[in-house]
Design a protein around this ligand. Structure first.
Ligand SMILES: Nc1ncnc2c1ncn2[C@@H]1O[C@H](COP(=O)(O)OP(=O)(O)OP(=O)(O)O)[C@@H](O)[C@H]1O
Ligand SMILES: [Mg+2]
Length: 306
């Protein structure tokens, strides 16, 4: 397997605080890897190190074969990066923004014109070339920012929360572009808080408190991360029952999903005891990614207590 990203115990500290803690990532070329995890988990910090923008405190990493520390300047020319606060020039038009970024990468003449046209098509911005970027809707702005990040035809692109704040329709359109890019061989690393986007990634890297808690496909995560049986309980007023259920020795976890409760029990005996206790017939369900992430964070907490 050919890997676009490999890290070894990659770490970043800010003073006494460890923002990224000895992460070991392997991301195959041409895949979409989703960075997930709570706010402050270290996703952006990890991404900035992988881009060669931020020096690691310890550990190492190779991105597209370049050492992220000693070859950072070279690396920057081979990747695209769309930051969480993406940087468009609001007082320039769509065309002028693309032109500016193309210039940064040394594109000129007909090559430049062709690439700008391709990016306008990719971002579905035809007809808006002369519109000021600042007057675009957020969805279009984000697609323009993606076009700017891709202008140099990078083999790897980092997208930091590219779809936050836009409508579900725009989000889906954006992710279609991401999947097309990967199908054409571009590696995409994307942070997101949306489960439906996580489901569309080849691999998920789940971060919590600076640690990489899991790196696997969505299906593998669902099949392997939960130790026990997950049950759905259709109880009226689920919030009222949560504390009682959590006190039961055979209940490991309990979360609310709409009007139902998801309860993780240790084993079949636990499932039977729960049925006897609630007098409600539970349904065995496949965990959602949400269930998986809650369980991962929980196991990290209990590990820390030990
Ligand atoms: N330059 C810095 N100086 C000090 N602390 C920092 C710096 N950059 C990040 N941090 C801290 O490192 C931690 C991880 O931040 P990071 O931005 O990587 O999280 P994140 O997972 O991207 O979160 P979010 O989902 O909110 O974007 C946070 O506690 C943050 O405050
Ligand atoms: Mg972030």
């Amino acid at each position: 397997m050919d890997y676009a990203v490999i890290t070894k115990d990659l770490t970043r500290r800010f003073g006494d605080f460890t923002a990224v803690d000895r992460i070991n990532l392997t991301i195959p070329t041409g895949q979409v890897c989703g960075f997930l995890g709570p706010n402050g988990a270290g996703k952006t910090t990890a991404m900035r190190m992988l881009c060669g923008i931020l020096e690691p405190t310890s550990g190492s990493g190779k991105v597209l074969g370049f050492d992220i520390d000693s070859e950072a300047d070279l690396l920057k020319h081979h990747i695209g990066y769309m930051s969480q606060k993406f940087s468009l020039y609001h007082d320039l038009t769509v065309q002028e923004n693309l032109d500016f970024y193309a210039g940064l990468y040394g594109l000129v003449g007909s090559k430049k014109r062709r690439r700008i046209e391709e990016m306008i098509a990719l971002a579905d911005l035809a007809g808006r070339e002369n519109q000021l970027a600042g007057t675009l809707s957020l969805g279009f702005m984000q697609r323009l920012a993606l076009g700017c990040a891709l202008i140099s035809h990078p083999r790897l692109v980092f997208l930091d929360e590219p779809t936050s704040g836009v409508s579900p329709t725009s989000r889906r359109a954006f992710f279609n572009i991401i999947q097309d890019l990967a199908a054409q061989g571009t590696t995409v690393i994307v942070t997101t808080h949306f489960m439906e986007e996580a489901e569309r990634c080849h691999q998920i890297a789940f971060f919590s408190q600076g640690k990489l808690l899991a790196l696997a496909s969505p299906d593998d995560l669902k099949q392997t991360s939960l130790q026990g049986i997950l049950l759905e309980l259709p109880l009226a007023d689920p919030l009222r029952h949560m504390d009682d259920l959590l006190d039961l020795p055979y209940v490991k976890e309990c979360t609310i999903h709409g009007s139902t409760l998801h309860v993780l029990v240790k084993d079949q005996a636990g499932a039977d005891q729960l049925t006897a206790f609630t007098k409600v017939q539970p349904k065995i369900i496949t965990p959602t990614l949400d269930d998986v992430f809650i369980a991962l964070a929980k196991s990290q907490e209990s590990e820390a207590e030990r």
